[in-house]
Design a protein around this ligand. Structure first.
Ligand code: HEC
Length: 132
């Protein structure tokens, strides 16, 4: 009886630890990267992500609203509204909501680049930003 209880407890603890680990290992960013791979993108590069962030596109840039440094507060170029820092290290809510990421990539790429970002560009950007 005693041994059985112990086994049961060990089993419960093991599955708890395993599921907690699984939660850490497949975060939202990983899921997005898988999605982009499914669309043909590969070998995501943080350097390319940083380049996109800084690039000047006929006077428009991601940094115009978000600021040059992703750990700083940004300011919307048109409305002047404050935008919370993009870096997950100071703003843990970033890159946790897939729908939010889709929505803002669509809007912001269209505003900045006058076109949608490719799956490659989005993946490059996310692997850069997730480390900030
Ligand atoms: C015209 C202003 C503006 C520009 C330019 C802009 N953004 Fe944004 N961005 C916003 C606003 C507003 C939000 C949503 C408010 C918030 O999340 O604080 C946002 C949110 C985001 C998010 C959602 C992040 C999350 O998980 O919360 C991503 C990703 C993003 N922007 C990427 C980009 C990229 C990449 C560029 C350049 C191609 C860019 N943005 C340029 C205004 C802008």
């Amino acid at each position: 009886m005693r041994i059985n209880k112990r086994l049961l407890l060990t089993g419960v603890l093991t599955s708890f630890v395993l599921s907690a680990n699984a939660g850490v290992m497949t975060d939202t960013t990983d899921n997005k990267l898988d999605q982009y791979r499914g669309q043909g993108a590969e070998n995501f590069s943080p350097e390319a992500g940083l380049e996109l962030w800084r690039s000047d596109n006929n006077g428009r840039s991601c940094t115009q609203c978000h600021g040059a440094n992703p750990t700083d507060v940004g300011k919307h170029a048109k409305t002047g509204k404050v935008i919370k820092p993009m870096a997950p290290s100071v703003n843990p809510k970033r890159l946790t909501d897939s729908k939010k990421i889709d929505k803002w990539f669509l809007r912001n790429c269209k505003w900045t680049l006058k076109r949608e970002c490719t799956s490659q560009e989005k993946g490059d950007f996310l692997v850069w930003l997730r480390e900030q």
